[in-house]
Write a protein that binds this ligand. Structure first.
Ligand code: ADP
Ligand code: MG
Length: 362
């Protein structure tokens, strides 16, 4: 069922970005209530990455009901947004170039994508599929060493969300043949939102849901305090070791982290090829940010923006986040970037963190 990869080579590794930590009591705006039931932990594999869900059960919801709701939510996202599932809506769209009756979720993903493409000055660009494939990270990738300028230029002519149109009758279609979608930078976050919504519908309000490092929390931890997560140092290894850089304590918020320090492959010349692509150059983004963590009301939005921050780099990403946090309607609660100096010392850059939803500590 959930053996499809949304982000094939990288998803497995992304699971190690954030380690979930339940910490001791921190005074909070979330009301503390004692006497909670023992938490339920569920974990597994979805889209080639790990998911971990912890919730505090309510008396009228059985484990079977909760598990069925979670499975249904993940399945629903898979059949819409997983380009590695050949029968998903995105796969059909990519093959034929249109959908006459797109699902509500597909429409929502397109709309969120357009919004966050605009907010990120074009850095989040889900029509990069031809380039993601060319660089060897996509659903239709053939192992490619280093694409030549001609191939990159040809793929670039098929990039741009403005090449996808929604007609008044609801059809979504490409305006240029060969334009294809890749929801790899937003789908895990979207999946987290759908699981959180499914739990909320059942009346479960205390939960932490994580898929491949994208996280959303509701209510309180089993200790009756705020949920907290660890932000790892961006140590470039693939062994999944975790060194704590900081702790982020959350209240009704979502968090997504993007980073290239573990998500890369090495070509035959020994160069590292990163999986975040710049829509401007058509090449892997070379960022001064090693890891970008975005805090938001929706995980899908945090996910899209975290990827965009990697493309934009520290200065522009900081400007974008500060601008977005000024409009509360957008629901962006800040970001944390990690950079390194020449000696390899890391610096943490908190940007416009909304302390009602998140606080950072050592
Ligand atoms: P991860 O959580 O695995 O680090 P991200 O959320 O950063 O993943 O998304 C990376 C994936 O998104 C890539 O593997 C690719 O499929 C796609 N992608 C790469 N560059 C961009 C971009 N600039 N905009 C949107 N999607 C992108
Ligand atoms: Mg992302």
């Amino acid at each position: 069922m959930f053996n499809h990869n949304i982000s094939r080579r990288t998803g497995r590794i992304a699971a190690f970005f954030l380690t979930l930590f339940v910490l001791l009591g921190i005074p909070s705006g979330c009301v503390v209530n004692g006497g909670k039931s023992a938490p339920v932990h569920l974990s597994g594999v979805v889209w080639g990455t790990a998911y971990n869900i912890t919730y505090i059960p309510t008396p009228d919801v059985s484990l079977e009901q909760a598990t069925a709701a979670i499975t249904e939510a993940l399945d629903a996202v898979d059949t819409v947004a997983n380009a590695f599932n050949p029968s998903s809506e995105i796969s059909v769209f990519n093959r034929v170039g249109y959908l006459y009756t797109p699902s509500a979720s597909f429409v929502e993903l397109i709309e969120r994508s357009k919004l966050f493409n605009k907010y990120s000055y074009g850095a989040f660009e889900p029509t990069l599929a031809p380039l993601v494939d060319l660089w060897g990270f996509g659903a239709s990738s053939k192992e490619q060493e280093c694409p030549d300028n001609k191939a990159i230029a040809a793929a670039m002519t098929k990039v741009g969300l403005d090449k996808i149109q929604t007609t008044p009758d609801g059809t979504i279609k490409v305006l240029t043949p060969g334009v294809r979608l890749d929801f790899g930078a937003i789908a895990k976050g979207y999946g987290v939102d759908k699981v959180a919504a499914a739990l909320t519908r059942l009346g479960i309000k205390d939960y932490i849901v994580e898929i491949g490092g994208e996280v959303r929390v509701g209510g309180q931890s089993p200790r009756g305090d705020k949920w907290a997560i660890q932000i790892d140092a961006p140590i470039p290894d693939t062994t999944g070791t975790h060194t704590r850089m900081a702790v982020l304590t959350l209240c009704e918020a979502a968090v997504a982290t993007s980073g290239n320090y573990r998500n890369f492959r090495t070509n035959s010349s020994g160069q590292q090829v990163y999986h975040t692509i710049s829509p401007v150059t058509g090449r892997p983004a070379t960022s001064d940010i090693l890891s970008a963590t975005v805090i938001a009301s929706r995980t899908a939005d945090a996910d899209a923006l975290a990827t965009a921050c990697m493309v934009l780099g520290l200065k522009q990403a900081s400007t974008m986040i500060t601008t977005l946090t000024k409009d509360p309607e957008i629901g962006i609660y800040g970001a944390i970037f990690i950079t390194a100096d020449k000696e390899g010392h890391y610096t943490l850059h908190p940007v416009s963190i909304n302390t009602r939803h998140a606080t950072l500590s050592d």
